[in-house]
Design a protein around this ligand. Structure first.
Ligand SMILES: [Fe+2]
Ligand SMILES: [Fe+2]
Length: 279
């Protein structure tokens, strides 16, 4: 199908931060059950009209590392959280693509999702086509760091993938934001070689949007025809004004994208009440 005839919807939700069996208590004092908030988001997505063709989850899928910050959990300790994620996603009525974030563990992720990978901790990047559009998912996880990085091997893959899809309208997804969101503490943990990634995306000529997670807030930045969108988290959000770290529980949110021919439009929905009929 040519992009001119495209007519579909997809959703981007992110930072699901599943911690198996735990109601997360933040250092700000608020609590959130991240499995419950994900279930609410999934119910809302299932109620969308038109229904989305697919979903992309923007990373920080799980985060048992937040329970005890003094040490990093083992892949075995990560696995129950990916199991809970996997089971919860069975509720979703459309196919789903997942990205890695800084709180994720590739080894446990691949094991639970039963991916065939060249090595146990192989970066999880991919691309696919849908109705004349090209979609790219990058893996910006740099183990042990809050910020992100795309290594040389993945950059080579990205260059080749873009070349193979020259001229096709393209959307790129990554956990970490290449461009500053103008919130100081978040901009110290961005995609540190974002210029390399953006350079390749710009060379392609057809990349319209970069859609990111990580910052737990919805923002839109446009530079010379390329737009960076960030989506809110399904569980807890970041202050839109504080330059120092400040987070708060809810409301769960997600992004809906409409594609009609060459036109893209988007909106962010927040679940202020646990009722889909109030969307
Ligand atoms: Fe996150
Ligand atoms: Fe993150």
């Amino acid at each position: 199908m040519h992009a001119e005839d495209a007519n579909f919807t997809f959703v981007h939700f992110t930072d699901t931060h599943i911690m198996a069996g735990i109601t997360y208590t933040s250092d700000f004092g608020w609590q959130v059950d991240t499995q419950k908030t994900l279930e609410r988001v999934i119910r809302a997505i299932n109620a969308l009209d038109p229904a989305p063709d697919f979903a992309i989850i923007g990373g920080d899928l799980t985060s048992p590392d937040l329970i005890d910050r003094s040490r990093r959990p083992t892949p075995e300790e990560y696995e129950p959280s990916y199991q809970v994620l996997h089971e919860t996603l069975q509720l979703l009525n459309c196919p789903v693509h997942m990205l890695m974030g800084n709180h994720d563990d590739r080894i446990a992720f691949h094991r639970v999702m039963q991916h065939e990978v060249p090595s146990p901790d192989f970066p999880h990047y991919f691309s696919f086509n849908h109705h004349g559009y090209h979609f790219i998912g990058l893996d910006t996880l740099e183990p042990g760091k809050h910020g992100g990085y795309v290594d040389a091997q993945q950059l080579d893959w990205l260059r080749d993938d873009l070349h193979a899809h020259q001229g096709e309208p393209t959307l790129a997804f990554m956990h970490h934001h290449p461009w500053p969101v103008e919130i100081e503490w978040l901009d110290t943990q961005n995609l540190r070689n974002g210029d390399d990634v953006v350079g390749l995306l710009r060379d392609h000529g057809g990349v319209r949007w970069m859609i990111c997670g990580h910052v737990h807030l919805d923002k839109e930045i446009e530079r010379d025809g390329l737009t960076q969108l960030t989506s809110p988290s399904t569980c807890f959000q970041t202050s839109k004004v504080s330059q120092a770290r400040k987070t708060y529980a809810g409301p769960p949110g997600f992004r809906v994208v409409r594609v009609k021919g060459r036109e893209l439009s988007t909106q962010v929905l927040y679940l202020h009440a646990d009722r889909n009929d109030e969307l």
